[in-house]
Design a protein around this ligand. Structure first.
Ligand code: MN
Length: 503
């Protein structure tokens, strides 16, 4: 394989600027600082912390990140205006991402200016920013639709006026790898960054093509956040370079998944389950053939080892599962069925899956108990629960349960009635074990407000986890049922011998 990259590739992360421009995201300064710190720890070189002209909160974030002494350069987005540059410099930024529209569409329709006016603005802004002691990355907005001779002229003169770096922005995601290969080489008057958007799913391919054509830095965001369909994803670019091109990126790859979940949690933007590298299903196997293959040698159906990005492989059991995967899952749960019992358990699991339901750990255990004739005595039993919720009430739940035969009543408030109910349950069992809720998901099985609601949860205790489900027309009742089913399995663990009747 011929690898055509320059000395080293720099990662310019714009999660906190372009990523934050994803509709609906708004981060407070403390959250931005948290993400910036994580980004610097992972090893990105430049952090675009925000847009200094946008608001006082943005300036506060930039100041906090610039003052934090991170290993990464603190950059901020500015327009070619002295007022923006002053705000950036006063906030303590190391550098500016100085963005100038370069396509005629943007120059005439958006800005209502001429090419000459834009050149003057750009070049005097470069000089002004240099006077203010800033590193300048001169960026051509909508560069992929620009007259390339004009773009080269504005870049070349920009570098002569003091710009340290350049950036080619494929602002609306219209580039192809073939065009990137052609357009980048004539623009290398200074180190050049590539900024891509994923409107047609080409951001990663375009970024790699531009890097191979001579660009030395890539603009990226965590989880591919960004305007519309988002930007090139940091985790995808890093792993593609490492795995497919043999590049040592210097990025702490095993931190990519923790960083991804951190950003997803703070931004509130959930990940597609099938998202590359960081999606829930990226290292999950259900199908019998795949799971069996992966158990023999993971490389049969995995392009990278999950540990490389800080994850673990998961084999889930469902109607596609074969007996090898079911047997392995049962062994993990402490069951050792004989061949006949295993065959019957597999058949029953497939029936649950065929009925259109997700098969949870608690379902598998209940099936195994029945088939293997194991008596399961739940240690928790719900006696009553009451929820108070409304426009003038803090959602409050009270629960009475039998815990190992003794009656315990607990109460809790929460963000909503479901949250309050689950907290009350957790509090009630606190004496017998500290149980964490790791995942909560709701599926309505039918449409309408009278729909049957299927709640699945993942609970954990001392590093052991279990999934369970509740299905009711009442969402709170379904949640309570799911959590109690899971808690019973987690708490039952210690004093059960699941192999006793397996002979
Ligand atoms: Mn952008």
């Amino acid at each position: 394989m011929i690898v055509l990259f320059g000395e080293s590739i720099r990662f310019f992360d714009t999660t906190l600027r372009d990523g934050e421009q994803t509709p609906g995201i708004s981060l407070v300064p403390a959250q931005k600082l948290e993400i910036a710190t994580h980004l610097a720890d992972v090893g990105v070189h430049v952090i675009e912390a925000g847009s200094a002209a946008a608001s006082e909160g943005e300036r506060e974030s930039i100041r906090a990140i610039a003052d934090a002494g991170l290993a990464a350069e603190c950059c901020t987005y500015v327009r070619a205006l002295p007022v923006d540059i002053d705000l950036a410099a006063d906030a303590g930024a190391d550098s500016v991402h100085l963005v100038v529209p370069v396509s005629d569409l943007h120059i005439t329709t958006k800005l209502r200016k001429t090419r000459e006016q834009v050149c003057d603005m750009a070049w005097s802004a470069v000089e002004y920013a240099k006077d203010r002691g800033l590193i300048v990355e001169l960026s051509g907005e909508d560069a992929s639709r620009a007259d390339q001779a004009f773009l080269a002229m504005i870049f070349q003169e920009g570098v002569e006026r003091g710009a340290d770096r350049l950036c080619f922005c494929d602002t609306v995601g219209l580039l192809t790898p073939e065009r990137a290969t052609e357009l980048i080489p004539p623009l290398l008057f200074a180190p050049l960054s590539i900024h891509c958007h994923d409107d047609l799913g080409f951001a990663l391919a375009n970024t790699i093509a531009a890097l191979r054509a001579g660009a030395s830095a890539a603009h990226v965001t965590v989880n591919g956040l960004g305007e519309r369909a988002g930007n090139t994803a940091l985790e995808e670019l890093v792993m593609a370079l490492e795995v497919l091109y043999g590049v040592d990126t210097g990025i702490a790859t095993e931190e990519l998944y923790p960083l991804s979940t951190h950003v997803a949690r703070l931004t509130g933007v959930p990940l597609a389950t099938n998202k590359s590298i960081v999606g829930e299903m990226a290292f999950t196997h259900e199908s019998g053939i795949h799971a069996h293959g992966v158990m023999r040698d993971a490389s049969t159906y995995e392009s990278i080892r999950p540990e490389m990005v800080g994850r673990r492989r998961r084999i889930v059991i469902g109607k596609h599962s074969g007996s090898a995967a079911v047997e392995a899952a049962l062994r993990d749960m402490g069951y050792t069925p004989d061949a006949g019992q295993l065959a019957e358990i597999v058949t029953r699991i497939k029936q649950v899956g065929d009925a259109g339901m997700r098969v949870t750990d608690a379902d598998i255990m209940a099936i195994a108990d029945t088939v293997m004739d194991i008596e399961f005595t739940p240690c928790l039993e719900l006696r009553q629960f009451t929820i108070v919720s409304g426009s003038n009430a803090v959602p409050t739940a009270s629960v009475t349960m039998l815990v190992n035969g003794g009656e315990i009543t607990g109460a809790a408030v929460g963000n909503g009635p479901v949250d309050a109910a689950i907290r009350a349950l957790q509090r009630s069992v606190a004496d017998v074990g500290s149980i964490r809720l790791d995942e909560y998901r709701v599926d309505a099985i039918t449409g309408g407000t009278d729909a049957l609601v299927d709640v699945s949860v993942k609970l954990s205790k001392d590093g052991k986890s279990v999934t369970s489900r509740g299905a009711r027309t009442d969402i709170i009742m379904a949640s309570v049922e799911a959590v109690i089913a899971g808690m019973n399995r987690l708490l039952g663990e210690e004093h059960e011998d699941r192999s006793q009747n397996s002979d």
